[in-house]
Design a protein around this ligand. Structure first.
Ligand SMILES: N[C@@H](CCC(=O)N[C@@H](CS)C(=O)NCC(=O)O)C(=O)O
Length: 256
């Protein structure tokens, strides 16, 4: 089996897939796209992934897109040495329901603080017309870019996104209380844990880890996933925004 992963080091969706590939010890070639330069919008990439986003997996010539779909696919075709899907259909349904929640809530919400706190300076140099053309070029994220504008999301939007993230940590806490932890669904790590991981890592990277410090189950979960053997190879240098944006390093030293 040969795998080529089209992805970007700091992309949260890509990090899910790298974690699963690493945990399963599946060797893979990486094509690293520069999302700021617009590599994801080039015709040759759009032919693979018409959504114009990363990640995309090429497995022996078969193209699989969307990170949640890719991690489920990998778990089906390579169930050894680590399987992340419960054998029991009821538990499996619970995992999938959580994955839907994660895609709708934290995975979407985390883009707002990410853009406001990390990426915004990149747009400051664009004229209004250049920014509109940039937004227009995005098959999946045009409306998101237009809502953000060159000056960033207004405070109301930012607070709403942070509230959605806070509700995510509370939901994680409630799931672990119910399941007994230490993972969301109980004693075994599942795709749901891997799906939510990058949102928490990103929030810590933005200096906002304090938001779950009053939830000890979530704090322990965060330490446990960072200690997983697949974590370090997934978050290789260049995967964190603080590796790339010096202004963020100051924020993390003295979090808001
Ligand atoms: N649902 C998709 C979302 C993918 C996505 O939003 N990828 C982001 C990086 S995490 C991206 O490629 N953004 C490029 C852009 O907005 O132009 C998935 O999970 O694969």
């Amino acid at each position: 089996m040969t795998f080529t992963l089209y992805n970007a080091p700091p992309s949260t969706c890509s990090q899910r897939v790298r974690f699963v590939l690493n945990a399963k010890k599946l060797p893979f070639a990486e094509v690293k796209l520069d999302l700021m330069a617009g590599d994801q919008l080039k015709p040759e990439y759009l032919a693979l992934n018409p959504n114009g986003v990363v990640p995309t997996l090429d497995h022996d010539g078969n193209i699989v897109i969307d990170s949640s779909v890719i991690i489920e696919y990998l778990d089906e075709i390579a169930p050894e040495p680590a399987r992340f899907t419960p054998a029991d259909p009821v538990a499996r349904a619970r995992m999938r329901a959580l994955m839907r929640f994660i895609d709708e809530m934290p995975a979407a919400a985390v883009r707002v603080p990410t853009f406001n706190l990390a990426f915004l300076p990149r747009f400051a140099g664009l004229s209004e017309d250049e920014f509109l053309a940039f937004a227009e070029s995005k098959p999946l994220r045009k409306e998101f870019m237009l809502a953000m504008g060159r000056t960033g999301f207004p405070e109301k939007e930012m607070n709403a996104a942070l509230d959605r993230l806070r509700r995510t940590y509370q939901r994680m806490d409630a799931e672990m209380e119910k399941s007994g932890g230490p993972w969301l669904l109980g004693k075994d790590i599942t795709l749901a844990d891997i799906a939510v991981m990058p949102a928490l890592v990103r929030m810590a990277d933005l200096g906002l880890a304090a938001m779950w410090q009053d939830l000890p189950r979530v704090a322990r979960w965060y330490d446990a996933i960072r200690a997983h053997p697949a974590f370090a190879p997934t978050y290789y240098p260049g995967s964190l925004l603080t590796d790339r944006f010096p202004h963020l390093r100051e924020r993390v030293k003295s979090p808001a």
